[in-house]
Design a protein around this ligand. Structure first.
Ligand SMILES: [Zn+2]
Length: 284
């Protein structure tokens, strides 16, 4: 999965840190990230490469420790993207790019984008509309007028592999750019446990009842600002699917030998489908 970058490691503890020439800079524009592309190789710009272009907003995000340790900073920049192979790469294209070292880039971009969105969406207080001030001691924004404190927001969601013996329920989303196979998924509502969300989402999207819900793995989803919690469960009773056509374009049972999905090394969804196909982790 995209966040599995061992032997590298994300250090997201808050630091009041100044930038150095070799630190990486994240510049976002319209759901695109500034990146250096030479032939098939990608690299995030170092501070020394674009410091002349940075206009404002240099802010420490996190560090990656391991094979190469460096800090990552958010910035706004102008007049970049036309020289030295720097381009604005759409985030939606990153899931299709492979290559040595790209997973680490993808993960850091996803994580930085989540923070970028949170900073951009919280410049003013939601309680009194006062200006939000950055704390020096933790990742927190505080309203200078009323004292309202805002911490980074993460939306919890579930994804679930509904199984029935040798079959799993696969879906395709309606009205989304991603046309591949998916699993039933949805956000956890206030007042729910993740297991209750599993039951509700499966029922809403397919009309099925489920039992024996078991946790599998989870994944931070920076581009969408969520954390995805994966479960497997078993069909309980009738296998007739009543599909929610506003959410889904397809929902069907697939036997293990009918599954054509391939692991992309990035997504929890695909890993779960492959895990079921291979007989691992799935319930009998
Ligand atoms: Zn306020």
């Amino acid at each position: 999965m995209v966040h599995e970058i061992y032997p590298d490691k994300l250090d997201n503890s808050y630091k009041n840190k100044s930038i150095t020439d070799s630190d990486r800079v994240m510049v976002f524009k319209d759901r695109c990230v500034l990146i250096r592309k030479i032939a098939d190789k990608y690299a995030l710009p170092e501070y020394k490469d674009i410091k002349e272009n940075i206009t404002s907003g240099l802010r420490y995000l996190f560090s990656i420790e391991g094979r190469e340790t460096c800090g990552y900073f958010l910035a706004q920049a102008e007049h970049v993207g036309s020289t030295d192979g720097l381009v604005f790469l759409p985030l939606s294209e990153m899931r299709y790019i492979k290559g040595e070292g790209f997973k680490e880039i993808y993960f850091t971009v996803c994580t930085a984008y989540h923070l970028h969105k949170w900073y951009a969406d919280n410049r003013f207080c939601g309680r009194c509309s006062g200006r939000m001030i950055h704390s020096d001691s933790e990742r927190m924004l505080c309203c200078e007028a009323c004292g309202n404190q805002v911490y980074p927001r993460i939306n919890p969601a579930i994804i679930v592999g509904v199984t029935d013996g040798d079959r799993i329920l696969l879906t395709r989303y309606a009205g989304r750019a991603y046309k591949g196979y998916a699993l039933v998924a949805g956000f956890i509502e206030i007042g729910e446990t993740p297991e209750q969300t599993v039951c509700r989402e499966v029922s809403e999207e397919t009309g099925l009842k489920v039992k024996n819900i078991r946790y599998y793995k989870s994944q931070p989803g920076g581009i969408d600002g969520n954390v995805l919690t994966g479960f497997f469960c078993e069909l309980d009773g009738d296998d007739t699917i009543t599909m929610d056509k506003t959410e889904l374009a397809e929902a069907n049972w697939y036997r293990r030998d009918e599954i054509t999905v391939e692991d992309d090394g990035y997504s929890l969804t695909r890993e779960m489908i492959i895990a079921f196909k291979n007989g691992a982790y799935a319930l009998k």
